[in-house]
Design a protein around this ligand. Structure first.
Ligand code: APR
Length: 275
């Protein structure tokens, strides 16, 4: 599978980054986004369902689509690939997972050093409709959801536990118990910036790593897509695991054609046989 000299380099790596995309969770039964027939974006235009303006135009439709995906996420279990990554960290290796996925399967597999670049589908936050908020009197920041309270008075008795108790489930779009703002999934929609602390943590991990495994990512969405090239530019070893070649082909140190759940346990067993 790999050149012995490359294996020796990988075994000598002190800091490891595993960068994952939707393909990482494909074998857990969660659909990817761009696969021609089965991808989520083959069924619906993301601009109609995964943008702030789509939510403002039809909150219920956007909420219902995310509920459908959340049901697949709740039913999913970490696969052997997630578990192989978590096992490296548990064996004492310095492993940072940088994931574009919002399914929390790396956490559920036992990984602890996880950067969720695109948020977490099962966590909610206030839909900060700044136009509405600032159209009213000067908005106050709601203590429960950190959103802009649309009106002056925000329920002083609501707190974050009230918010945490509200789940992404079928039904009417819920509101913040403190300020009444609509709630939405805490994921990064098209047209939204990533959380500064998330992208900075990712850049920091990539800038320190000796090897980056790019697993199940089509590398079509920035700024995540640039991370493997950022690692290459620094001289780190970059290994891709994906049934289909991406733009990394010919530039990474090895491109392994296969599924994450099948390849990762075998690959890590070859590189770190004693772990
Ligand atoms: N194992 C590994 N890779 C796989 C597997 C598998 N079993 N099955 C499919 N793949 C690969 C596909 O070949 C493809 O390259 O996973 C990749 C999935 O690509 P996308 O569907 O584009 O998902 P992703 O790269 O995560 O998309 C990035 O785009 O829509 C936004 O926010 C969304 O986080 C997402 C971002």
């Amino acid at each position: 599978m790999l050149d012995p000299a490359l294996i020796a380099d990988l075994r000598a790596a002190r800091r490891i980054v595993v960068f994952t995309g939707a393909g990482m969770s494909a074998e857990s039964g969660i659909p990817t986004f761009r696969e021609r027939l089965t991808g989520l974006w083959a069924q619906v235009d993301p601009m109609e369902i995964a943008t702030p303006w789509a939510f403002r135009a039809d909150p219920q439709r956007v909420w219902d689509w995310h509920v459908h995906l959340a049901e697949a996420v709740r039913a999913a279990r970490p696969n052997a690939g997630h578990e192989a990554i978590a096992a490296l960290e548990q064996a004492g290796l310095d492993v940072t997972v940088i994931t574009q996925n919002v399914d929390a399967l790396h956490h559920r597999a036992g990984s602890r050093a996880v950067v969720e670049l695109h948020g977490n589908l099962l966590r909610l936050k206030s839909f900060v409709d700044e136009e509405a908020a600032f159209a009213a009197a000067s908005p106050t920041i709601c203590r429960a959801c950190d959103g802009y309270a649309v009106w002056e008075s925000c329920d002083p008795y609501a707190d974050r536990s009230d918010l945490a108790a509200i789940e992404l489930r079928a039904g009417a779009v819920p509101r913040c118990p403190g300020c009444g703002a609509l709630l939405r999934p805490d994921v990064v929609w098209f047209g939204e910036p990533l959380a500064v602390e998330a992208i900075e943590a990712a850049w920091n991990a990539v800038d320190r790593c000796d090897v980056l495994f790019a697993v199940g990512a089509s590398l079509e969405v920035e700024p995540a897509a640039s991370l493997p090239w950022r690692a290459l530019a620094r001289g780190a070893r970059v290994i891709e695991v994906n049934p289909s070649p991406t733009e990394l082909v010919g530039q990474c140190h090895a491109g392994i054609r296969g599924g994450a759940a099948e390849v990762l346990p075998e690959l890590f067993g070859i590189i770190w046989p004693s772990r």
